[in-house]
Design a binder for this molecule. Sequence first.
Ligand SMILES: CC(C)(COP(=O)(O)OP(=O)(O)OC[C@H]1O[C@@H](n2cnc3c(N)ncnc32)[C@H](O)[C@@H]1OP(=O)(O)O)[C@@H](O)C(=O)NCCC(=O)NCCS
Length: 159
Amino acid sequence: LQKLLVECFPDYPTENIFFNKSPQFRLLAKSGNQLVGQIGVEFRVINNDGQIARTFCISDVCVLESFRSKQIASQMLLRIEELGRKNNVAFLILTTSRKSLYYKLGYRGKSNTFKWFMIQNNRSLGIANRSLGSDTIMVKSISNQKWGKGEIDLLGPIF
Ligand SMILES: CC(C)(COP(=O)(O)OP(=O)(O)OC[C@H]1O[C@@H](n2cnc3c(N)ncnc32)[C@H](O)[C@@H]1OP(=O)(O)O)[C@@H](O)C(=O)NCCC(=O)NCCS
């Protein structure tokens, strides 16, 4: 897992298999015995503009370079979506610097003000409260619940 993460993300820590906080579970993609992709997921109840919302917070979507453009990431994301739907999850949330993969799957950028608990180098830093611009946080709604226009309190660290 470490090897996959470091290969896919050049800045990935070499001593941990997570950046700031370990995900609750991971979806792994394998080709035979070889690990070729992974996605980290945290189930989190957030405060969505005053409404409680059950969410899956998605992190570290990655696929080994030689296995890319075969829809492996898309299929993993769809599996997580299916799991979310079965478990009454309202929204899938992730941060990204490139939107194309997620946009094709129905995720949309959100420019709300977000509040989250900042962690860096295994230390608590305090509460952040700002908009990250609609290019950074993407959300897919998988229920009838509406995404609010006001503040989104992530009730924990960002992912
Ligand atoms: C992003 C990534 C997981 C896509 O995996 P994949 O299995 O090739 O994805 P799919 O085959 O389902 O979809 C491919 C599409 O994803 C999009 N894409 C490519 N690189 C991307 C990236 N870094 N971020 C978001 N989308 C990307 C493109 O639209 C691509 O379409 P194309 O193959 O026609 O060019 C893979 O490129 C990767 O591991 N990159 C390095 C790690 C990374 O940047 N992860 C994203 C963190 S937000």
